[in-house]
Design a protein around this ligand. Structure first.
Ligand code: NI
Length: 213
């Protein structure tokens, strides 16, 4: 009897240790996912349905706009900042290249650049910046809170980072994804410059616009 009881106790202890280990693994896993998610969010795998085009911001002409102003058009949305040394200019030039390949269908698309650096990116700064890339491009800015809310609706990561060599001593780290949103403002797909040619992305976007995918 005694040995049976000892065996039972050992099993119970073992079960408890399994529970503890599982809890530790779960917590560690959650922390890992959270850390990775913050640094490099994979928007395609983390609840696409949760990604929505919802915002209230100021366009580069100084007008208050919301997602309702863009409904009915396929939105191409990219977050960044005008002092960005590399990703933003490269990606915006790429978006411009894609737009030029949509030819007659370009009116059905609303390309939107949302700044994550609203303190420097005023409507005037945004106007000059976006117009250098493409006449169809809309630049959006707002208060810190409004920009944060917009980024949250798109599940976009960004973070202010001190950088001695950068203008004003900081950079805005941010995700480099281009969101394709449906005319109803729902998530359709995500693209990144460098993953396909502008021609390929234009063909892909046109196919979706025309219901072939
Ligand atoms: Ni950038």
């Amino acid at each position: 009897m005694a040995s049976t009881k000892t065996t039972q106790l050992r099993r119970i202890r073992f079960s408890l240790w399994i529970l503890v280990a599982a809890a530790v693994l779960a917590l560690g896993g959650a922390y890992f996912v959270r850390t990775i998610g913050v640094r490099e969010p994979p928007p395609v795998t983390v609840g696409e349905a949760a990604i929505r085009s919802e915002f209230s911001l100021i366009d580069h002409n100084g007008n208050r706009v919301t997602e309702a102003d863009f409904l009915g058009r396929w939105q191409l949305v990219f977050f960044g900042f005008t002092h960005c040394p590399d990703v933003c200019p490269t990606t915006l030039a790429y978006i411009a290249n894609v737009l030029d390949r949509l030819s007659g269908e370009v009116e059905r698309v609303a390309p939107i650049f949302i700044t994550v650096d609203p303190s420097r990116d005023t409507p005037e700064v945004m106007a000059e910046y976006v117009q250098a890339f493409h006449p169809k491009l809309t630049g959006l800015t707002g208060s810190e809170a409004e920009v944060a809310a917009a980024a949250q609706s798109f599940r976009v990561y960004y973070e202010k980072m001190e950088e001695e060599t950068a203008p004003d001593g900081y950079l805005m780290a941010h995700a480099g994804h281009i969101y394709l949103m449906t005319p109803e403002g729902r998530f359709e797909d995500v693209f990144r410059e460098g993953e396909q040619s502008a021609e390929e992305m234009a063909t892909d976007v046109l196919a979706r616009m025309n219901g072939k995918q």
